[in-house]
Design a protein around this ligand. Structure first.
Ligand SMILES: Nc1nc2c(ncn2[C@@H]2O[C@H](COP(=O)(O)OP(=O)(O)O)[C@@H](O)[C@H]2O)c(=O)[nH]1
Ligand SMILES: [Mg+2]
Length: 378
């Protein structure tokens, strides 16, 4: 893909919908995917940072005006720069908290989709990690209502289960101008983040609401890292940032960006389903379709149901793939007719096992062998 495409959009009624052209792109990707999604307030430099991850100067459209450019979720699939045989999928989300739209349910849905689809979630904010920046991440406090782990109707608290399937978390702080000091001592970026997430003792209403988002971030995202970026360039050059060459960018900004990209490439893992099954581009497309349909129907997406639904789709396709392997092989055998019965029988054996191998490579969770049987009968 030489440029990003829109993956999720809203239709004229404001309902979320998946773009068929983006699904088609994903359908073609048989490789496992590392999915990095960025969320945060609009106009905090999210799209600009994602372009750096893609190794490109331009790509995701930047919001040069106050109106936010990115609507819904945009996607860019590029070969993973360091993990061969893997595709890096970058998801750029529309800015949260756009006053023009003023639709917090919509923002929550976009945030949930970013959590559900990614293996690394980047939360981007500007300035410092102060109380305001943490409150802007209020969506974390709603995650327990927006995502279910198990399909049972019982009202169980899934939150402790979340951590096993949630993306790892990176907080990127932009235009950071302070010195990172805690009690007068130099602090690393991670120490700075942990300090900002520290809970206050007490049970007053004020303290409880101070602690709640911090508790949620700590609980849902146990693997977390922070990067503090300085201003990218001098104020007078900021308006043309997108066209500036690296020589015009501050060396500190380039250094942090380089470390950030290296960290993402080294540490972001391949996306997996709840049962540990690797997500390929194709599965990611089906997963997106399923989650978006669930959310737009007003239901709560469930990680366990997703495994069952994905297994069903993949197993039907795997049966088809196995059959095709067998049929293609048999066509070839037919060309060399007449053959001894013995030869035909041994070719049949060979192709059957090749077909089963093709099936096994793609199928998963076919625990009772239902789909494999279909292949054998077929
Ligand atoms: N001050 C500042 N501006 C930035 C930074 N990165 C990008 N910008 C500019 O801020 C505007 C919005 O950037 P964009 O990436 O579209 O923000 P998004 O809405 O969060 O995706 C654009 O004019 C960018 O050139 C940054 O680190 N600091
Ligand atoms: Mg943007």
């Amino acid at each position: 893909m030489d440029k990003p495409v829109c993956l999720i959009n809203t239709d004229s009624d404001g309902k979320l919908c998946v773009q068929p052209a983006a699904l088609q792109v994903l359908q073609q990707i048989q490789q496992p995917v590392v999915v990095v999604a960025v969320v945060g307030l609009y106009r905090t430099g999210k799209s600009y940072l994602m372009n750096h991850l893609a190794g490109k100067q331009t790509g995701f459209a930047l919001g040069g005006t106050i109106e936010s450019k990115t609507k819904g979720i945009w996607m860019w699939c590029v070969p993973h720069p360091t993990k061969t045989g893997t595709t890096l999928v970058l998801l750029d989300t529309e800015g949260l908290g756009d006053v023009e739209k003023g639709d917090s349910k919509h923002d929550t849905n976009i945030f949930c989709l970013a959590v559900l689809l990614s293996s690394t979630l980047v939360y981007n904010s500007s300035g410092t990690i102060d109380n305001r920046a943490i409150e802007e991440l209020q969506y974390v406090t709603e995650l327990t209502e927006c995502i279910k782990v198990k399909s049972s109707d019982e009202d169980v608290d899934d939150s402790t289960e979340f951590v096993k399937f949630f993306p790892s978390f990176i907080w990127s702080v932009r235009d950071f101008t302070l010195e990172r000091k805690i009690d007068g001592k130099d602090a690393t970026e991670d120490e700075y983040l942990e300090f900002a997430l520290k809970l206050k003792p007490g049970t007053s209403k004020k303290i409880t609401s101070f602690n709640l988002p911090r508790e949620c971030i700590q609980k849902f995202f146990p693997t977390r890292t922070c990067f503090t970026f300085p201003f990218p360039t001098a104020p007078e050059k900021m308006s043309t940032l997108e066209s500036l060459s690296p020589a015009d960018l501050s060396t500190e900004f380039l250094e942090v960006t380089k470390r950030f990209c290296k960290f993402v490439f080294d540490k972001s893992e391949v996306k997996r389903l709840k049962d540990g099954h690797t997500v390929t581009g194709r599965v990611l497309g089906n997963l997106t379709k399923m989650y978006v349909n669930t959310i737009s129907s007003g239901a709560v997406p469930c990680l366990e149901n997703a495994v069952i639904a994905m297994a069903q789709i993949e197993n039907v396709a795997a049966t088809q793939e196995g059959l095709e392997v067998y049929q293609r092989g048999m066509e070839k055998v037919k060309c060399s007719f007449p053959l001894e019965l013995e030869q035909v029988s041994s070719e049949h054996q060979r192709l059957s096992s090749k077909a089963t191998q093709a099936f096994m490579a793609r199928s998963f969770k076919d625990t009772d062998g239902k789909h494999l049987k279909v292949l054998e009968v077929g």
